[in-house]
Design a protein around this ligand. Structure first.
Ligand SMILES: NC(=O)c1ccc[n+]([C@@H]2O[C@H](COP(=O)([O-])OP(=O)(O)OC[C@H]3O[C@@H](n4cnc5c(N)ncnc54)[C@H](O)[C@@H]3O)[C@@H](O)[C@H]2O)c1
Length: 326
């Protein structure tokens, strides 16, 4: 299939481009490079530098390129930043998705795979979280993605032969197994890269945001899915998506690890204790989030291959210890 990948120069989008190609599809990359890296997309993949909020550019691209599917990764994705600058998140995430949907509505594209997040659930859902759980986001990032989900589902009511997949990721971590593609955010806020950058001496110590949560060791618990498993799930779901389908799946490994457990595992991988300090809780962080990802396995046969935390951290360490970071 010919697939438009928005946010293709970012962490997950760039892994998705690679995985789509490996599965025999023809990815076409789009990114405004606000947070991504041009070199993360191979030079022989078609690349357009554009903002998804530019509806005219998108409409003309969809008209001329006649894609079979759009995978929409382009967004801002930091909980903390969204609390400090909520309108920036609504503008880019909701505005960007609205613009894409306007272009898509006037096109022949009949498959849409959307990057959603467990942040749409908030902190009221019981763990492990199922897709039917209450969605009450507690931060603007989660709220922006929930609005996008609703816009997509409402559009589908008016375009009944559009097949849509809303994929709610939990935490994504790790890097390509061959060490040639990885995670490089600026600023970096995700736990695995921050731990490993601390191990490399690029940060003096890791800040553990809160150790007084109602969890066994007091630190937040999250579900960490390897990025290669995540992008594989996108390919599998896209291939299964029929006209008119409405598929909503959690993507995770069905278990959570606390920040302290992550620190112990990462210290073990790097071979020494990673320095850390406990800081105040960060606004907008739920105590425990992990997935029940059994629905996607039942319906399309996908489940995570990297089920050992060590494998996820080791793949990231291979990337972080190489140039330019290490
Ligand atoms: N990383 C995670 O753990 C995680 C978890 C849940 C959901 N997600 C979702 O996955 C998607 C990708 O996340 P990521 O970690 O790869 O982030 P990222 O910042 O690495 O990638 C996002 C890419 O989108 C591009 N972009 C942003 N706004 C754009 C716009 N208006 N027009 C065109 N391009 C734009 C950026 O330049 C960047 O390359 C996001 O939608 C995010 O919400 C990520």
């Amino acid at each position: 299939m010919k697939v438009l990948v928005t946010g293709a120069a970012g962490y997950i989008g760039s892994h998705a481009v690679r995985s789509l190609r490996q599965r025999g599809h023809a990815p076409f990359a789009l990114d405004n490079l606000s947070r991504g890296h041009r070199q993360a997309v191979p030079a022989d993949i078609p690349f357009v530098e554009a903002d998804v909020r530019n509806t005219e550019t998108l409409a003309s691209l969809l008209r001329t390129e006649r894609f079979d599917c759009v995978m929409h990764f382009a967004a801002f994705a930091y909980v903390g930043e969204s609390v400090e600058a909520p309108l920036k998140y609504f503008d880019n995430n909701v505005g960007g998705t609205l613009s894409l949907l306007k272009a898509l509505a006037g096109s022949e594209v009949r498959r849409l795979v959307f990057s959603s997040t467990c942040a749409t659930y908030g902190d009221r859902a019981e763990v492990p979280i199922v897709e039917g759980a209450v969605q009450q986001p507690i931060n603007p990032y989660g709220a922006s993605k929930l609005f996008c989900e609703r816009m997509i589902l409402d559009l589908q009511r008016s375009l009944p032969d559009l097949g849509v997949a809303l994929l709610r990721y939990f935490n994504v971590a790790g890097c390509a197994e061959d060490g040639t593609l990885g995670e490089d955010h600026d600023p970096e806020t995700h736990l695995v890269p921050v731990m490993l950058r601390t191990a490399l001496g690029l940060h003096p110590k890791l800040l553990v945001f809160g150790d007084d949560y109602p969890t066994p060791d007091g630190t937040c618990i999250r579900d960490y899915l390897h990025v290669e498993d995540l992008v594989e799930a996108h390919g599998v779901v896209m291939e299964a998506l029929e006209r008119g389908d409405r598929r909503v799946y959690n993507l995770g490994v069905d278990r959570g690890y606390s920040v302290r457990e992550m620190l112990t595992a990462a210290s073990d991988v790097v071979g020494f204790g990673i320095p850390f300090e406990v800081a105040a809780r960060r606004p907008g962080d739920p105590a425990v989030l992990y997935a029940d990802a059994s629905k996607i396995e039942r319906e399309v046969g996908w489940s995570a291959r990297h089920t050992e935390l060590r494998e996820v951290i080791e793949s990231a360490w291979r990337w972080f210890r190489g140039p330019p970071q290490g």
